[in-house]
Design a protein around this ligand. Structure first.
Ligand SMILES: Cc1cc2nc3c(=O)[nH]c(=O)nc-3n(C[C@H](O)[C@H](O)[C@H](O)COP(=O)(O)OP(=O)(O)OC[C@H]3O[C@@H](n4cnc5c(N)ncnc54)[C@H](O)[C@@H]3O)c2cc1C
Length: 386
């Protein structure tokens, strides 16, 4: 018997797709290598866009998430600046007439709320199952994996791969750019508190972000692997001193740090997100540098748009070449804009060419001074590019 859809990976993106497809009439199953309620990913602060919140509201996830104390922190303003150059921009929620520019949530809190919603939805989820191959023909796909008891396989009309990597799917060309940098993430406290303001600061050594989260900031500090190692191992006072020197005083005086960890930074994306009976979404389709906090937001839009494509189709059209081509076309502009925007931001802001400091300053000043440009930029950050 063929399932309608087998979703590989019930992380934030796969779980969103599963919940959006939760209908009695559909036969959908999600597979994940982690155990129920656990995560193989370390925690991280995620900046969610307003559009992502709307999706989670419709799926009944947002109320659960926001009921957890300190799990959701609204971003009331974003302050963008560069060290060692003029120009800065401030995007303000009140100026745009919206309650928040976005929300900071912890990866683990979001995964917990999604798991709870999956449990209520009646969707079948198999945990502790690692997928190793997806073999597909124009007529159907076969997803093969391993669990404690041995091998297992599922036939389906469509395999939706949201495992964060997508390496086991053949016939898909991947591009990988290693930035040779890592993201050092940590929780930091300032004397002044965050007041709902997020900071994006471009320094000659790489971009740094502070996201307001609960009673602290989530720090994302791009640096070399060697410096990251030293920073992770350094004493708290020394770390705070270096952070203050590098970041400046915009966000206040740094007083405490906890949970220092590092992530490698790569841009990994595919040209075509579809192949015979297979679609890639979320990080499996594009893993971006976290500089602009776009990765998961893009993945949520992938999941939502795929679900919209499937929900208006007859079940025997699921995974058909025409349907996958329509989905791929629907997502093209937004995906490429996400890749180009993130990579371009790093090219222009994430280097130490003194000559670029002037145009950078001009760009930030213009962004700050021209309301229509600011509105367009904020809209793209909140809702993506269509
Ligand atoms: C430091 C850092 C900061 C970030 N900040 C932001 C931010 O502010 N905003 C933002 O939008 N994004 C941000 N991102 C990106 C965001 O974390 C990812 O885009 C998001 O986690 C992708 O979700 P996903 O569901 O596609 O993949 P994942 O989160 O990787 O989930 C994949 C799931 O698949 C499962 N799985 C893996 N392999 C298999 C297998 N073989 N078989 C079965 N199951 C499998 C895993 O257990 C997991 O549950 C950040 C990333 C980093 C590293």
């Amino acid at each position: 018997m063929l399932h309608d859809v087998v979703i590989v990976g019930a992380g934030p993106v796969g779980a969103t797709l599963a919940l959006a497809l939760a209908r009695d009439s559909l036969d959908v199953i999600a597979l994940d290598s982690r155990q129920a309620g656990a995560s193989i990913r370390g925690d991280r602060s995620l900046a969610l866009s307003h559009a992502a919140r709307l999706v989670f509201e419709r799926l009944g996830v947002w109320s659960d998430l926001s009921a957890v104390p300190q799990a959701v922190t609204p971003i009331l303003a974003i302050d963008v600046s560069q060290r060692g150059g003029f120009g800065s921009a401030r995007l303000d929620a009140a100026e745009q007439g919206i309650p928040a520019l976005g929300y900071v949530v912890s990866y683990l809190a979001l995964q917990g709320a999604l798991d709870a919603a999956l449990g209520r939805s009646g969707i079948k989820v198999e945990h502790g199952l690692t997928v190793e191959h997806v073999n597909a023909t124009p007529a159907y796909a076969c997803v093969e994996g391993k669990r404690d008891g041995g091998d297992a396989s599922w036939g389906c009309r469509l395999a939706a791969v949201a495992d964060g990597g997508g390496d086991f799917v053949s016939g898909i060309v991947r591009h990988r750019h290693d930035y040779g940098r890592v993201a050092l993430v940590a929780r930091v406290w300032t004397r002044e508190g965050h007041g709902g303001v997020a900071f994006e600061r471009f320094t000659p050594e790489g971009p740094m972000a502070l996201l307001p989260e609960g009673d602290h900031f989530g720090l994302v500090w791009t640096t070399s692997p060697q410096e990251a190692q030293t920073l992770v191992a350094s004493a708290e006072a020394e770390f705070l001193q270096t952070l203050g020197n590098r970041f400046g005083r915009q966000a206040g005086r740094f007083e405490r740090v906890a949970d220092r960890r590092t992530f490698p930074l790569v841009l990994d994306f595919v040209d075509r997100v579809v192949a015979d009976r297979v679609v890639l979404l979320g990080n499996a389709a594009q893993a971006l540098h976290p500089v602009a906090g776009q990765g998961l937001n893009l993945g949520i839009r992938d999941a939502w748009e795929l679900a919209q494509e499937l929900l208006v189709a007859q079940r025997d059209e699921f995974g058909a070449a025409s349907q996958l081509a329509a989905y791929s076309k629907r997502r093209r502009t937004d995906r490429w804009a996400g890749v180009a925007f993130t990579h371009g931001l790093l090219r222009v802001f994430g280097n130490d060419y003194a000559l670029l400091s002037w145009p950078r300053g001009l760009a930030l000043t213009l962004l700050d001074a021209l309301p229509p440009l600011k509105r367009a930029f904020t809209h793209a950050m909140l809702f993506g590019v269509h």
